[in-house]
Ligand binder design. Structure first.
Ligand code: ACO
Length: 333
């Protein structure tokens, strides 16, 4: 059976750097508090004339170049985002047009910080069944546009970015018979009863953006950080154990963890509970903060370009975000 392989990776972060010291001038916080509680040192902020599709296109071009795939050869584009350029059309449609990927059908997936993983899982199904040959998966978000810059509980956490992956169907090679390569499986979960833990209340059909709602800051991100933290650790551990279990693997067989970058303490707690040495977890949140759906594909791209991923390595991927929506994937590189 053909299996989905990740044949190209790319990422893009806007040039503007916002340091913890910059945030000290905005809210009552300190570099020491942010580093100690989150591991974040700085994040990127999109320029006023940049929108999500602009970042997505830059990351996509890098991924297409690595894969040696022309935009015109793409059959599918899936963008994970909660900060599309506009409510409609989809960010994916705008990316398709900018890339000139004329043959590709394109749509967005909304799973907040799990958006990159959800988009990967959706695209994998199309490739696996043979319906498409080449797919582009993007995670891109500009959460700096959605945060309340007067709320120290949230504004220190997020940054802007985009990550992209090109997927292709490849038949198993002969030497892969015992250990097939590619995306082995994805495992997605949602608990909508936890929707209030992390949300942007206004701007949808329930609560429109009116002057009163804007005055009340309802168009900005709200979060119960403590509960999200607690839930995230448990959910990521359980999901990863379940994913590996499907393949008869345990965590000793994991060579790399590519995880959504929300908080260093979340990742350390997850690695400890999974009994995976923390050096195996790729980290970039110190320089980008939480880039939402972008963080997982950006991390994979960085690890790949740093030469860390070797043929046959087992990668455990994991992500969680508003919904709550979370999941994991097992990939043999
Ligand atoms: N600077 C200084 N003090 C702060 C700041 C800040 N930026 N933010 C909060 N505080 C204060 C609080 O007001 C509180 O003060 P109080 O005790 O006087 O009331 C104190 O610090 C402790 O606050 P806690 O909420 O207990 O701090 P905690 O150690 O839980 O860290 C944090 C807060 C960093 C938000 C943490 O809960 C967290 O990371 N949660 C996960 C949230 C997350 O990652 N969300 C991203 C989206 S979902 C996802 O990606 C998984």
């Amino acid at each position: 059976m053909a299996r989905t392989h990740i044949i190209g990776t790319g990422s893009y972060a806007p040039a503007q750097v916002l340091t913890n010291q910059d945030l000290e001038r905005l809210v009552d916080t300190s570099d020491a508090w942010i580093r100690e509680r989150t591991g974040i040192q700085e994040r990127r902020q999109a320029a006023p004339d940049e929108a999500t599709s602009d970042l997505a296109v830059q990351a996509s071009r890098h991924a297409l170049e690595m894969a040696g795939v022309a935009p015109g050869d793409l059959d599918l584009i899936v963008v994970g985002t909660v900060t599309a350029d506009m409510p409609m059309p989809s960010c994916a449609a705008l990316v398709q047009a900018k890339l000139g990927a004329k043959r590709a059908f394109a749509f967005d997936v909304s799973a907040a910080c799990a958006g990159g993983l959800y988009a990967l899982s959706v695209a994998d199904q199309f490739v696996r069944t043979g319906q498409v040959k080449r797919a582009l998966v993007v995670g891109a978000d500009l959460l700096t546009r959605a945060v309340d810059w007067t709320d120290r509980n949230t504004c220190v956490l997020f940054g802007d970015g985009a990550g992209a992956l090109v997927l292709g169907a490849e038949p198993d090679a002969e030497d892969d018979a015992m250990a097939p390569r590619g995306i082995l499986s994805t495992h997605l979960r949602t608990d909508g009863e936890l929707a209030n833990l992390l949300c942007i209340p206004a701007g949808g059909s329930r609560t429109p953006v009116t002057a009163d709602n804007v005055d009340a800051n309802l168009h900005k991100l709200k979060m119960n950080g403590k509960e999200v933290f607690r839930f995230a650790v448990r959910a990521l551990v359980e999901s990863t154990q379940a994913s590996l279990g499907v393949h008869g693997m345990d965590t000793t067989q994991v060579d790399h963890v590519i995880a959504h970058q929300a908080n260093l303490r979340i990742l350390e707690a997850v690695m400890e509970r999974l009994e995976i040495p923390k050096e195996k977890c790729w980290l970039n949140l110190h320089k980008y903060g939480n880039t939402s759906s972008a963080s997982l594909p950006m991390s994979l791209d960085e690890a790949q370009r740093a030469g860390r991923l070797k043929r046959g390595d087992v990668i455990a991927m994991m992500a969680i975000g508003a919904g709550m929506a979370w999941g994991s994937a097992v990939v043999r590189w």
